[in-house]
Design a protein around this ligand. Structure first.
Ligand code: SAH
Length: 192
């Protein structure tokens, strides 16, 4: 395994470690709103394919080797830098969102609108972290399928999810969320 491939798998393990305790605790929470459509389930499944299944096939067999490419070495190091930033933003957003986190569109009975920490600057730091990740992935896994599938799937997921999520948040938190939207950017901080 090459050093860049190893960096990718280390990042996956670190993200699993960050998420595991929260995932366990949130299962005990009572939910007051759940908006999980078939479209969302399909997209979450495709994300799993892009983030885990294709990379596992790439790293454990030569089935995908017909789609390999060789970028310059600096591209791999740029990938390491980007995935490190992705994991850092992922960790910060979990620390700030706490039990309000959910893999799908859900609101718990005790849901709080988080507007502090990294959420003070941007509304979707977890998705920002995922953008960094999907840009890093084709630099680390140098294969058209294992590298790029996740980028395409996530781009589609992002635009559909953010629309539905912000609609839900506005319906449930009203002006509080609308005011919050005025002060923040989606994945880049608002300038000025
Ligand atoms: N879009 C956010 C959160 C992703 S997790 C991010 O990228 O960081 C998805 C869940 O987070 C949704 O079910 C929603 O209930 C919750 N959520 C999103 N923004 C929130 C906020 N500012 N405060 C509390 N919960 C939030």
């Amino acid at each position: 395994m090459k050093v860049f491939e190893i960096a990718f798998w280390i990042a996956i393990v670190v993200e699993m470690i960050i998420r595991a305790p929260l995932n366990k605790k949130r299962k005990l929470e009572k939910m007051s709103e759940r908006r999980v459509t078939t479209q969302e389930k399909i997209l979450l499944f495709l994300l799993l394919v892009g983030m885990f299944v294709l990379p596992i096939i790439y790293s454990s067999s030569d089935w995908l080797s017909f789609a390999d490419y060789t970028p310059p070495v600096w591209a791999g190091w740029l990938g390491v830098l980007l995935i490190t930033a992705a994991v850092f933003v992922f960790w910060r957003s979990h620390a700030d969102l706490g039990l309000n986190w959910s893999p799908s569109l859900e609101i718990r009975e005790k849901h709080e609108l988080i507007t502090h920490g990294i959420y003070k600057a941007i509304r979707h730091p977890m998705y920002a972290s995922q953008w960094l990740w999907v840009i890093a992935q084709p630099l680390l896994l140098q294969n058209w399928l294992a590298g790029f599938a996740n980028l395409i799937i996530f781009a589609l997921f992002y635009f559909l999810r953010v629309q539905a999520e912000e609609k839900m948040m506005q319906e449930l938190f009203g002006d509080e969320y609308r005011d919050y939207m005025k002060k923040t950017g989606a994945v880049f901080p608002k300038i000025g």
